[in-house]
Design a protein around this ligand. Structure first.
Ligand code: SF4
Length: 909
């Protein structure tokens, strides 16, 4: 392919180590930050990831010709790590040797991508010319450079909404046959999946047989088989459960659901399931389907709105790039699917979110794109699938309020089962906050005048009812009137000014005042969120709560009347109701039920304020803040034990459920795991099985507890992090329990490390989404990464890229009101210890992923309690050492030795 740049564009690159620029084909120059900012402001430069460059230069208005945007246009739906090295790999160019070589790479990459568009074999050509015409009008910086190289097609291009295929309707599924799996068949299937010549793994064979018990026919209604299966890292648990699961599905003709907590595991499952199922069946349908919540998928109607003027400025350019992607996407998944995670941060993450269907505004069969809708396609495909890969939240939501009873999961494997409790906690919670209430108002009334787009409220979505059915029309009008009492645009401002409007805003103002008056968490100065328990509230607040409750009841009643009316119309359809209208009414009835339940839960919560507390729930008032800026205010209610509703909605209707993880037990103790499975709430005794990791932790890993870094001393903490990362030559993950400390440490060490060729990335600092941060870290063995809990739980980085984990301190639980209630109900300090051990075990589990992995796990703690040491796998050497010795040991390891000669300090168990 011949490179065809119109001219050699100037290029700019900055890292924590400095700035470099190249003009034409002159030698690259190292320049100051000031020079870089002036150059970028004067002339558009080629850059890679403008938001990151802007944060490196401290110049937020930086713009330029961003190679990432060009890549997204030329190769939509193609994976790329958004770093110079990642760009080089994606385009088949030579990696830059150092920072100074990056500007030349950017010039080469631009020329390469422009030449791709001129080449006759460009795979993603269709639709490009048409999209470019819109992008020229929007003055997208790349458009003038692309215009001469993209040839006008001989025939008009089909637009996206005609190009996408339609999904097929399928008949109802039979119920599965009742089958029992014998051990020999399970082992035979396992051998098929692992390969007949593969090394035999006794742990994996035992595990597969134990898991298979969950798929036996159920003896009593409401009593599923529940198996809790702990499989130490390296057992091969994925194939271990896919063997019996695929066998059961084949013999019974039923659907197995595997639910995960992280997207990384979903990706892995998709790959591994290819050993058991083909990509397509003979009839073209997919036996394996990845299914997510509807808020993950592109809504084509929202996209159409955005393309037709709903989005303006940069967001309109984003809509064009998303439309390019949608035509090539595998499944329309925008969050963690094949839409690059970095695309949202180049524009506005909120713009990406507003292209999905987050708030149940879907008009189903009333939508012109219904037959091509990605969400409908995914939901239909999962009803026909042998294996559905989902996440914990979706399985629970589907069980609690799924549209289709027949599609509810009855055989489920919950992998990453240690997260089930937290997922249930979030799913079954209720929150009456300003943000939630305003969404409800918009759902009923439609957007306020300033908003664009199709969000037009209940009356418009049910226009045929409004015009043909009087009772329905009256109910819609009454709901519309009642929704006026909910908070509207500008509610936060009004609260801050002491001028709330309507009963719910008045309540929120009282909540805000009470929280500020009573909070003693110390968060007021630190800028954190604030909270206070919903007890001992004064009479004025309770009165306001009753006013808000009455307003909510006024809204709920007409919604119930409307639901009854819709039901009647479906049962005895009038002449004017055609098939599309019927489907639309079914959709509306479904989202109506969900809203009615939500309002009912809010009313119950308000009723309790000022009265006796309900022992089943923990209620509190909160002001959510980020860096002292308030972003939401409201009342929260969580189940004291969220596994209770989980047991009723998910376990009880199921036939077989497996909970599996590398860390279910606390040491050797099953009690907490059993309690956190929910099985006790339906009086089922779970089958318990544990399989030790085959790894040789004595040789592969070492835990170092560094005893001489004083707690709370940020300079000392930062110094320790820098020296530890230097000793290992990067490849380090730094875990923090507070964002504030993470930022403080990052600010002190990033430049120092960068000057030694050790790039440092950080959650909450770099304008990069978490998934992309992990991709960048995985791709560069010299890189290190700082992050918080979410990072610890979502990482799977086997091999040399991760060889050191450093925790800033013992990961104590945050002392929230909810935590205090659960601590009290579950044995006090022992509850905390078991939570901390679980966190340590999880964090340690990031380090050693394969037999070849080697590494150090460091906790900076002068007084690490011995009772927590059982968190680490048996055989792992554990030492309490001063920082100097830790550095020595890590440096020795980096040079090829992992010393294990000092005494282990763990108490005997
Ligand atoms: S059917 Fe619903 S989710 Fe799908 S494109 Fe239409 S409005 Fe969006």
């Amino acid at each position: 392919m011949s490179a065809a740049p119109l001219r050699v564009l100037p290029a700019l690159h900055a890292s924590h180590a400095g700035c470099w620029a190249r003009v034409d084909d002159l030698p690259t120059r190292a320049i100051s930050k000031g020079e870089a900012v002036t150059a970028a402001a004067d002339t558009p430069h080629l850059v890679l990831n403008a938001p990151v460059l802007a944060s490196r230069l401290g110049y937020p208005d930086l713009s330029g010709l961003d190679l990432l945007e060009l890549f997204a246009f030329v190769h939509p739906a193609r994976f790329m790590v958004p770093t110079p090295k990642g760009l080089a790999h994606a385009l088949g160019l030579a990696e830059p040797a150092n920072d100074a070589a990056v500007p030349a790479l950017l010039q080469e990459a631009a020329a390469h991508l422009l030449a791709t568009c001129a080449a006759p074999d460009w795979a993603e050509r269709e639709g490009a010319w048409t999209a470019l015409q819109s992008l020229i009008r929007m003055r997208w910086p790349w458009a003038t450079l692309l215009n001469p190289v993209i040839e006008r097609p001989a025939r008009a291009e089909r637009w996206l909404f005609t190009r996408l295929p339609e999904w097929e309707e399928a008949g109802e599924q039979h119920q599965p046959r009742q089958v029992t799996l014998d051990d020999a068949s399970v082992l035979d299937r396992l051998a098929d999946l692992t390969g007949r010549d593969a090394e035999q793994r006794p742990g994996q064979r035992d595990y597969a047989i134990e898991v298979a018990r969950a798929f036996a026919p159920r003896a009593r209604a409401g009593s599923p088989h529940v198996v809790l299966a702990e499989a130490g890292t390296g057992i091969g648990k994925t194939l271990g459960y896919l063997a019996p699961a695929s066998l059961w599905s084949e013999r019974s003709d039923g659907t197995i659901w595997v639910s995960t907590f992280t997207k990384a595991l979903q990706r892995q499952l998709r790959q591994e399931s290819a050993r058991a199922w083909p990509e397509r069946r003979a009839d073209g349908s997919a036996p394996v389907v990845l299914r997510k919540g509807r808020e993950n998928y592109l809504c084509l109607l929202n996209l159409e709105d955005a393309l037709q003027g709903g989005f303006a400025g940069r967001a309109a350019i984003l809509a064009q790039l998303v439309a390019r992607w949608a035509a090539y996407s595998r499944d329309g998944d925008m969050i963690g699917g094949d839409l690059p995670g970095w695309l949202g941060t180049l524009f506005r993450q909120r713009a990406i979110a507003s292209l999905t269907d987050r708030r149940g505004e879907c008009i189903y069969a009333g939508c012109p794109h219904f037959r091509k809708c990605f969400i409908e396609r995914a939901s239909r495909a999962s009803a026909q699938a042998d294996l559905v890969i989902a996440n914990h939240a979706l399985v629970m939501v589907n069980a609690a309020r799924g549209r289709d009873h027949a599609a509810r999961p009855t055989r489920v494997v919950f992998d990453e089962g240690h997260h089930l409790f937290d997922a249930a906690d979030a799913t079954f919670a209720a929150a009456l906050t300003g943000a939630e209430a305003i969404e409800l108002r918009r759902w009923v009334i439609g957007p306020e005048k300033s908003a664009r787009g199709r969000r037009r409220g209940l009356a418009a979505r049910l226009a045929d009812i409004s015009s043909y059915d009087e009772a329905g029309s009256l109910a819609i009008a009454a709901a519309r009137e009642a929704a006026d009492a909910l908070p509207g645009d500008g509610w936060m401002q009004r609260l801050a000014e002491g001028a709330p409007w309507g009963p719910v805003e008045e309540l929120l103002a009282a909540v805000r005042a009470a929280v500020y008056a009573r909070d003693e968490s110390g968060g007021q100065d630190a800028g954190y969120g604030l909270e206070t328990e919903a007890a001992g509230l004064d009479g004025a607040l309770v009165e306001k709560a009753q006013g808000a409750r009455a307003a909510l009841a006024d809204l709920r009643l007409p919604l119930i009347r409307l639901g009854v009316r819709l039901e009647a119309l479906l049962e005895e359809p009038p002449d004017w109701l055609d098939g599309a209208g019927r489907a639309r009414i079914e959709g509306a009835r479904h989202s109506l039920t969900w809203r009615i339940d939500m309002i009912g839960a809010w009313e119950a919560m308000l009723d309790r304020l000022g009265g006796a507390a309900d022992a089943e729930f923990v209620d509190w008032l909160a002001v959510d803040r980020s860096e002292a800026r308030e972003y939401d205010i409201g009342i929260h209610r969580h189940w004291l034990d969220p596994m209770k509703p989980f047991a009723r909605t998910v376990l009880e209707p199921a036939h077989g459920v497996v909970l599996t993880s590398a860390t279910l037990r606390d040491g050797e103790d099953w009690r907490a795991a059993v309690a956190r499975s929910g099985a006790g709430h339906i009086e089922v005794a779970p089958h318990l099985t544990a399989h030790e990791s085959p790894f040789d932790y004595a040789q592969q890993a070492e835990v170092l507890i560094v005893t001489d870094v004083p707690r709370g001393d940020i300079p000392a903490l930062a110094g320790a992090y820098a020296r530890l990362f230097e000793a290992s030559g990067g490849g380090a993950l730094g875990l923090f329990t507070a964002i504030r400390r993470l930022r403080a440490v990052h600010g002190r060490i990033a430049d120092r490390l960068a000057r030694q060729g050790l790039p440092l990335y950080a959650q909450h600092v770099d304008p990069i989404d978490t998934g992309t941060l992990v991709d960048i870290f995985r791709d560069d063995p010299a890189a290190s990464l700082l992050g918080t809990d979410a990072l610890r739980d979502g990482m799977d980085v086997p091999g040399h890229s991760l060889r050191l984990v450093v925790m800033e301190q013992v990961p104590w639980p945050r002392p929230t009101i909810l935590h205090r209630a659960r601590r009290l109900a579950n044995g006090g300090p022992a509850y905390d210890d078991s939570l901390i051990r679980a966190r340590l075990a999880q964090a340690f589990g990031r380090l050693i992923r394969t037999r070849a992995d080697r590494g150090h796990f460091v906790v900076l703690s002068s007084a690490f309690p011995s009772r927590l040491l059982s968190a680490f796998p048996k055989g792992t050497p554990i030492r309490r050492v001063p920082l100097e010795e830790a550095l020595q040991r890590i440096a020795n390891h980096a040079n090829g030795q992992l010393p294990i000669d000092a005494p282990d300090v763990r108490p005997a168990r």
